[in-house]
Design a protein around this ligand. Sequence first.
Ligand code: IPM
Ligand code: MN
Length: 594
Amino acid sequence: MKSVAVLPGDGIGPEVTAAALDVVEKLGLPLDLRFGEIGWECWRHEGDPVPQRTWKLLEETDTCLLGAITSKPLREAEAELPSGLRGTGLTFVSPVIQLRQRLSLYANVRPVIDLVDRRFDFTVIRENTEGLYAGFDFHGLDDALWNVVREHPNAQASGPRATGVTLRLQTEFGMDRLLRYGFAYARSRGYTRLTLVDKPNVLRHTSNHLRERLERMAGDYPDIETEILNVDAVALWMVRRPERFGVLVAENMFGDILSDLGAGVMGGLGLAPSGNIGDHGSYFEPVHGSAPGMAGQGRANPMAMMLAVAQMLDHLDLSVPGDDLRAAVRAVAARRTTVTYDMGGTSGTREVAQAVTEELAAEKNASDTVDEVVDRLSRLDTASVSDALDSLGVGGVLAGIAPRVPGTRAAGRAFTVTYQPVDDSAQGFRNAANYLDDVPEGAFVVVDNAGSTTCTNWGSLLTRLALRRGVRGTALHGSARDIAEIRAAGYPLFSTGVTMVSGKNRVELAATGREVVIGDVTVRPGDIVVADDNGALIVPADHAVEVADRAERVEHTEEAIAGAVGAGLRLDEARRRFGYAKPWDDSGARTSRA
Ligand code: IPM
Ligand code: MN
């Protein structure tokens, strides 16, 4: 049982929190939710936006879910204090900044994903404890600070009292732990590029220091390509070519700005989640603020909060329900029938929550029935399944993809993988097979390498991992190697060809989960692959039950014919009697048997 401090906050925070928790409740997870207070109301009544009791709650729980909190500038904050507390020297410090700094939550992880079209998927990892947010922000300078800036002509013209300074704190301690987190995150999620976002052409010394730290650490992660880009250029590319990014690591303020930009690229702040993570604590929140003007109207988009919950579940090692929740949010977002105003809809917060809950239930049912039909198909010969497909006028045979391990048979839901030749600018090993970490149990991997047999897309190492993950088999529109080991492992492998040439640095992953076309067959993720010594074929998901029904009748009919012939009946008579030509036709097999 994991405990979660739930701090709904103020503004629209409580509404989106309630909506997300309604959905979470349906997941039936082992979570102990403990509610607490934080934010503007605490400031207004107690002069402290993060009361002691809340710190205590944070200490006692495994992680925290935060709604949203209003932060106001100096003057407005003072004005809203109760009269007894005004002028007593209390200053409002943004609660989220207090949490981040006091709990040392140094990595602010903000995924930017294309929920609907999946064109891009990158993550901004923002430094969260230092940089321009370290709190060294002064108006009116003492001698020490004045000595630093006094030569500047504008400072000369203003004098120390009329000059302000903010220091960008950048420490090796802070940089190293952030970079390490960034590399580890990239590796664990299969990202192959880490972009350090900075401003080396202007902030020459601090940027150079950061660069040296990056270069030192990059040696430990040869599988991850690194680059350093100016923050302004990153802003441009994030809009123009978001698909080029993997993990972006940035100092606090740059990361703050870029993550709002990222939210814009995703389709708005209503969709962007974040996690604030340290070595001994974490909290998860939507990137959006409290939108006080919208509070209480029930119009706010709860999706960012739901995605923040999904991120939290990943963090708590509950990544399967996390993925399910994300998938349900994706589906509701893609359908666009039940979305809030910011996504062009008219639905309210609660209705969106309801739609996501229903989607979760529907996905659960669908996967139950799919499991059942996969089970039935796995007991049938491809010959009967092919007859059944024929009878429905559906193709499906993966022509030219031959069995490589005699005597194996398998059926499973297609997990599609598309390869492309490595582009010229590529350097180093591309980790073209890391997708395997994400293949769900029971899936059948279908790899599209355009039928090329000049290099491989599969071998013994992948076979071993596939077996461990409960993958049912692999069909390659391409080549495999290590056939002897794969045979010894008894793994159902089907391919266009066999060659010994490595695919390393010759092909790279273009996509997973995308529709692929092999010969004249379209394979959609979730279609069912059935394969045996005859070869491999695809049963479209929406025909699967009917195909299984018909294929079972084909097999019963053939058994019946074989039995009758064995008992002395003429073959032509047996075929006629048992309806060989159309066994799926009720008037055939059934009447004859009667
Ligand atoms: C964010 C917010 C905060 C920040 C504010 C509320 C202090 O904009 O989480 O991005 O600047 O970090
Ligand atoms: Mn921000």
